[in-house]
Design a protein around this ligand. Structure first.
Ligand SMILES: *Cc1c(COP(=O)(O)O)cnc(C)c1O
Length: 360
């Protein structure tokens, strides 16, 4: 068996110990005689698995008691609709901050359900920075302020939590959730698909302050009404049971690593190794402003783009895959989520040096 260093933006690499445990438990989970995939979601085995996963997530993120943790489906793209359906709460509009491809998608979808005020945009700078908080033109009567904490495609990340006064802050954290501690109490709602930093695709995490739910638009599908989901412990419809089980194993793994402060230190080391190298040579270029560089997704370009194909081919030959940048921006992108070991980034930097020596 050979495992590659997988730099995919998502679905992304999972911790190897988690995959091994899942393999060992595949046919017979804890003496139940069943795979987790075969269990009733209402049976005692799976109920315990889901409760433990929720408890671990609450512990890792120190989620306050007055927040609901919901396990949903549909990914962040579905949440882009589910959020306004649930969070407009009688308000005419919501504020959105436009920092790249994923915020643009959120904005486009929200317009179907209510007014959208784009309070700040990084479009003019080619989406290489986060607009300074002082420049945001927030509406005092907005239902909420929406941000994308980490733009997975552009590699732009908030390294501060914006103060938006009494208006609930809503964050798409798909690609940065659990990469470092966050103060959940500063948010009204946090959402994210699992397939970047948590587990398999199919599970969506929603963390929402409980006083904000219960006022969904009448057209909201019951399965997407946060109040209905919360009242039914995320089992109004059949939840993505196997994905929740794997997420629970990942949460356990994270806890064993020392929790989020320890994983943050690890992530900062990995990112610094890569950015520091990018900054030493004009052969490669990192387009994002220093203070907004993502710890999770590192886009970079070769000064001579005609070498892109050779770079990717050489990387693959050395067991490093999925380094091609998103089609909308080109170049390269190294996604280095929690599960990417330091050795993976070291191997990439060594290869980048070798490639430059050959072609520079
Ligand atoms: C991947 C991603 C999405 C899309 O998630 P789906 O699971 O495909 O719906 C949305 N927002 C961000 C920030 C992402 O990284």
């Amino acid at each position: 068996m050979t495992r590659v260093f997988n730099f995919s933006a998502g679905p992304a690499a999972l911790p190897e110990p988690v995959l091994r445990q899942a393999a060992a438990e595949m046919l017979d989970w804890h003496g139940s005689g069943m795979s987790v995939m075969e269990m009733s979601h209402r049976g005692p085995e799976f109920t315990a698995i889901a409760a433990e996963a929720e408890a671990l997530l609450r512990e890792l993120l120190a989620v306050p008691a007055h927040y609901n943790v919901l396990f949903m489906q549909g990914g962040a793209i579905a949440e882009n609709a589910i959020v306004p359906m649930n969070m407009l709460r009688g308000h005419a509009s919501a504020d959105y901050i436009d920092t790249g491809e994923w915020s643009k998608k959120s904005i486009k979808e929200a317009r179907k359900y209510g007014g959208v005020n784009v309070a700040a945009s990084a479009a003019a700078g080619g989406y290489t920075s986060i607009p300074a908080r002082e420049t945001w033109r927030l509406a005092p009567d907005a239902a909420y302020v929406h941000i994308c904490s980490n733009e997975t495609i552009g590699g732009v990340e908030y390294h501060f939590t914006p103060d938006v006064g009494g208006v609930p802050l809503v964050a798409d954290m798909s690609s940065s959730i659990l990469s470092r501690p966050v103060d959940v109490s500063k948010y009204g709602l946090i959402y994210g698909g699992a397939q970047k930093n948590i587990g398999p695709a199919g599970l969506t995490i929603v963390i929402v302050r409980e006083d904000l739910i219960g006022q969904a638009l009448p057209c909201t599908p019951s399965a997407f009404d946060y109040k209905v989901v919360a009242d039914n412990d995320s089992m109004y419809n059949t939840p993505p049971t196997y994905a929740i089980y794997i997420a629970g194993l990942v949460f356990n793994w994270l806890k064993a690593q020392g929790g989020l402060p320890a994983i943050e230190a690890h992530n900062r080391r990995k990112a610094a190794l890569l950015y520091d190298h990018l900054d030493t040579t004009p052969f490669y270029r990192a387009p994002v402003a220093r203070e907004c560089r993502s710890l999770m997704n590192v886009p970079f370009k070769l000064a001579d783009e005609s070498l892109d194909g050779a770079f990717l081919k050489g990387a693959e030959a050395r067991g490093m895959v999925q380094l091609k940048g998103h089609r909308s921006v080109g170049g390269m992108r190294a996604s280095i989520y929690n599960a990417m070991p330091l050795e993976g980034v070291q191997a990439l930097v060594a290869y980048m040096k070798e490639f430059e020596a050959q072609h520079g």
